[in-house]
Design a protein around this ligand. Structure first.
Ligand code: ADP
Ligand code: ZN
Length: 302
């Protein structure tokens, strides 16, 4: 059986036709700035182009999308980075547009599922995944299945509270891990410290040059990630902890040392599960979306 995995992001849409784990074709299109129904049109177009390249018509479609989602109803409640997707019935509209069943999953949960089955946590019964990128997302996989929770809020690991009274997060609360350690948080801190706009690339550069302020900002963020992961281990005790995302994966070695140092510090006296780097890179979301479709078709669920 072939399926199409779709990864809907704030800037781009990726579509991949899979035959099992094998990626037959991949297409990347820009996410329409207008958002709304134009997004459905772009998703349909990405599916059509990927299928034309693979020379096959897939049986089902898996879609990884930012959320929060109502997975029962197939609705995007809202997305911070794409306009016009408020209470948006994405599943019905995409099913109408493509004529195929659509299986939805939160994007970070999809990536967690892929790393669990095919990546850094392959062979484990359970795993915990954190993606440190523009924001921070996460996923918990237990017994091979993503924890969605009763209300679809399961695995929103970027919004655990680490610092009461801390910086206000995109979600509206204060002191979330995301508000302390995501790419956007680092840019906020660096821009404040240097009195000008500093992006994460420049921050890494300043760090490499031995800049004291850059070091404080970067390593403090790494320690928050390690501290957060240590707390999550106490909740889930997973077989392995996997960290990915463009920010973490491109960060210099001292970032990882600080992260792991804090992780071990806050697990002293406990058994620390192995901490690993994500292996699947930017295709994790695509693979996870395809896996979601496979698993749901197999179990006859949606
Ligand atoms: P997204 O957030 O869209 O999923 P990524 O996982 O690539 O995308 O993460 C983007 C974040 O990571 C941004 O904050 C970006 O500045 C940062 N980032 C990505 N690559 C690098 C790099 N080579 N150096 C510094 N920062 C990077
Ligand atoms: Zn938050």
């Amino acid at each position: 059986m072939t399926v199409v995995g779709l990864d809907l992001g704030g800037t781009k849409i990726a579509a991949g036709v899979f035959d099992g784990e094998k990626l037959l074709s991949k297409v990347v299109l820009p996410t329409p700035k207008e958002g709304g129904k134009r997004v459905v049109e772009a998703l349909r177009e990405a599916v059509a182009q990927a299928e034309a390249r693979a020379g096959t018509r897939a049986e089902a479609i898996g879609l990884g999308t930012p959320g929060p989602l109502d997975l029962q109803e197939g609705i995007i409640r809202f997305t911070p980075n794409i306009p016009g997707l408020v209470d948006f019935p994405i599943r019905r509209l995409l099913e109408e547009a493509t004529g195929r069943p659509v299986h939805l999953e939160n994007d970070a949960n999809a990536a967690a599922l892929a790393e669990h089955h095919l990546g850094a946590a392959k062979g484990e019964t359970s795993s915990l995944f954190l993606t440190v990128s523009t924001g921070i997302g996460g996923g918990v996989v237990l017994g091979g299945k993503v924890l969605r929770g009763e209300r679809g809020q399961g695995g929103e690991l970027g919004h655990i509270t680490l610092l009461p009274g801390g910086p206000v997060c995109g979600c509206g609360l204060e002191g979330c891990l995301e508000a302390l350690a995501a790419g956007r948080a680092l840019e906020r801190e660096a821009s404040y410290a240097y009195h000008r706009k500093v992006d994460t690339k420049e921050l890494f550069q300043l760090f490499q040059e031995g800049e004291a302020k850059a070091e404080r900002i970067l390593l403090q963020a790494a320690r928050y990630v390690g501290m957060g992961l240590a707390s999550l281990v106490k909740a889930f005790d997973p077989g392995a902890v996997v960290v990915g995302g463009g920010l973490a994966l491109n960060a210099p070695a001292p970032y990882w040392e600080a992260l792991e140092g804090a992780y071990r510090h806050y697990l002293r006296g406990w058994e620390a599960p192995p901490l690993r780097r994500a292996l699947l890179g930017e295709d994790a979301g695509l693979l996870g979306a395809a896996l979601t479709a496979y698993l749901e078709v197999e179990h006859g669920s949606r």
